[in-house]
Design a protein around this ligand. Structure first.
Ligand code: ADE
Length: 251
């Protein structure tokens, strides 16, 4: 059972995604305990104020440390020391497959969704263990990034994907992309399904899938090949793709 605590000013934003499809299944099967916490519940003033003007001037408001730090501490309560506390932020490390599988192995973790202009940096200094971004663009809040991360993480909890298939062979699982997929009909608008898939020789199909996955990575995400663990066979294939490509260019 993975416990995820999310601190947000907009818990209702999570209602749709949390009650649909995979997330719902994970909760229903007792594999995920997802808890939403309203940051405003830790506000101490009558008007439940959670933010204030930035020191030094400038636009926007800043979430107050004397609300967020106690909120995180009370959510952590008796959590084991070392429990990850993630701050959703465009300044963080960019989230990827490895972080998703690592988080899926934790017994629990906490996510803080910022909003407005930002949060007082002392929150980061005092309670945040990891600052995480979902890409090099700025969103209006951390809620959508938190949902993206929860979705990517729970797919790696054993039993969540069930009959829909495992997460082992999909894109990014071994550093490269998955090859193309086909279903019936065998010919659609003049475009045929590759013969090897129709022939049904499983060894041949496996080999074809590995080659096409590698080809796709080479064409669409060559940056991944710098770090992917490749066999000698695969390195040979990459050299052949490059050769074929050079030949095509000369023709
Ligand atoms: N908050 C605003 N933009 C973000 C991003 N790209 N990733 C994570 N949190 C964010």
């Amino acid at each position: 059972m993975l416990q995820i605590d999310i601190l947000t000013l907009f818990p209702s934003m999570f209602e749709g995604p949390m009650t649909e499809s995979m997330l719902w299944k994970a909760r229903d099967r007792g594999l995920l305990d997802l808890r939403l916490h309203q940051i405003r519940d830790w506000a101490t003033t009558r008007h439940k104020i959670v933010d204030d003007l930035p020191y030094g001037g400038g636009g926007g408001m800043v979430l107050k440390p004397d609300i967020l730090v106690p909120a995180v501490e009370s959510v952590l309560d008796a959590a084991p020391s070392g429990t990850p506390v993630l701050l959703m932020s465009p300044q963080g490390q960019v989230f990827n497959h490895n972080m998703a599988t690592w988080l899926a192995q934790q017994p629990r973790f906490v996510m803080i969704c910022g909003h407005y202009e930002g949060i007082d940096d002392r929150v980061r200094q005092l309670v945040v263990t990891h600052e995480v971004s979902i890409g090099d663009y700025v969103l209006t809040g951390g809620e959508l990034p938190a949902m993206v991360i929860v979705d990517a993480v729970i797919r790696h909890i054993p039993g969540v994907l069930g009959a829909e298939g495992g997460a082992e062979r999909e894109s990014h699982a071994d550093g490269v992309l998955e090859g193309p997929q086909y279903t019936r009909p065998p010919v659609y608008r003049g475009v045929s399904v590759p013969q090897v898939l129709l022939d049904g020789n499983h060894g041949e199909i496996e080999r074809w899938r590995r080659v096409e996955g590698l080809r796709r990575t080479w064409q669409q995400r060559p940056d991944l090949l710098r770090t992917a663990p490749l066999s000698e066979d695969e390195k040979y294939l990459l050299a052949r793709f490059a050769e074929e490509d050079a030949k095509r260019r000369r023709a």
